[in-house]
Design a binder for this molecule. Structure first.
Ligand code: 8OZ
Length: 373
């Protein structure tokens, strides 16, 4: 197939941002920030720069506040040092001709007192322990159980919104091209959205509209900072990772999609399938239909896509863009590989989280492979 007709290489406009291809890099937690302080470093900048040929890079999940942290070694965007560290990343990506959004993250209950300010309990919509969910709190802690969180008071909701607003402001200072609000995978906003984790009886729980209230307040605050064209939201309607469950994902996420459409954001990224856990067998077509019916902006599909499945679903109008995670970890030049239909490097899952350059910046490009052959 010539490049000209390949759906993956049709340009796409995301607001003002012109994407040269539809092969995006997923947000990927790699747990390699500098300590102490959870600060992005030169090695992180090099890793992102190597992947700048992506249509758009979505940064790894980045905590908007100390309370929003849930794992050791993930980066933050709440201190000046972190902002300076992220400038290295955005500068390196832009220097290589790429584009990058920051993913704004608050983990909610997926944390541990050892990671929280003053050893406090992690916060959540309701005091419900995520059964079976785990995190790690230090290099030698191994995976540890997550305890029961504390339910947020109504008066704290504005503080949560301000944490995101400040994160959005800081991301701007750090030189990003936009932001993605992380409302997926069992973290704070997903905990509010889904019925299994939100048992509140006030205006932040119960009906779908109530469960969506805080997430929509957050998105509005982020739009205030960035403008609607530069904001996206990630959701995982059928994801079960982190002990998640919703009693009617099509209704819940169809409704969320309509509200996000009214707010006019640039995109929704949907985790349709995940190695971390999904209820559905195959892609949840009914939920995808509900989201597509409600949201007229860019639909970004995610989850175990191959290049050919991505081409097919773009052709069929099931999605506009596709994010690739594990293939992008192992193939810094993924778009070029797809263009040539070249073989892919395999990923090494033992180096996904934490560590050094190994399994991070040392995956070879095609050109490097040819040179060493
Ligand atoms: C894997 C390990 C830790 C965090 C997500 C931010 O699932 C994550 C994450 C993934 O969105």
């Amino acid at each position: 197939m010539s490049n000209q007709n390949d759906p993956l290489f049709q340009p796409h406009h995301l607001g003002e941002l012109a994407l040269p291809n539809r092969i995006l890099m997923s947000p990927l937690t790699r747990s390699r920030s500098s300590q102490p302080g959870d600060i992005p470093n030169d090695m992180n900048a090099r890793y992102y720069q190597q992947r700048a040929s992506a249509g758009l890079i979505l940064s790894e999940a980045t905590q908007v506040s100390p309370q929003g942290k849930g794992y050791a070694f993930t980066p933050g965007i709440h201190s000046q040092e972190q902002i300076e560290g992220w400038k290295k990343v955005t500068g390196a990506v832009h220097m290589a001709g790429g584009r990058i959004h920051m993913q704004l993250w608050h983990v909610g209950r997926i944390s541990h007192p050892d990671l929280q300010p003053n050893g406090e309990k992690p916060v959540a919509p309701s005091a419900i322990k995520p059964e079976g969910a785990k995190t790690f709190i230090s290099a030698d802690s191994g995976m540890v159980d997550i305890p029961e969180p504390r339910a947020l008071e109504i008066a704290e909701m504005t503080d949560i919104v301000e944490q995101y607003r400040q994160g959005a402001l800081n991301a701007k200072e750090a030189g990003f091209d936009g932001v993605e609000v992380h409302a997926a995978n069992g973290y704070l906003l997903d905990q509010f959205i889904k019925s299994g984790s939100n048992h509140r009886t006030d205006e932040y729980g119960g009906s779908v509209e109530n469960r969506l209230r805080l997430p929509l307040m957050v998105v509005e605050a982020v739009i205030d900072v960035w403008g609607k064209d530069k904001v996206g939201v990630r959701v995982s309607p059928t994801g079960s990772f982190n002990a998640m469950d919703d009693d009617n994902p099509a209704e819940t996420f169809g409704t969320f999609a309509r509200h996000l459409n009214d707010l006019g954001i640039a995109y929704i990224e949907v985790v349709e399938d995940s190695f971390q856990g999904n209820h559905a067998n195959g892609r949840p077509e009914e939920v995808i239909d509900a989201i597509r019916a409600g949201f007229k902006g860019t639909y970004i599909a995610n989850g175990a896509y191959t290049a050919d499945e991505a081409r097919k679903r773009i052709d069929e109008g099931r999605c506009d863009l596709v994010t690739f995670g594990r293939p992008f970890i192992a193939n810094p030049d993924l778009p070029e590989r797809f263009r040539q239909n070249a073989p892919l490097n395999d990923w090494d899952d033992s180096t996904f989280y934490g560590g050094d350059e190994h399994g991070y910046t040392d995956y070879p490009t095609l050109i490097e492979l040819e040179k060493s052959a």
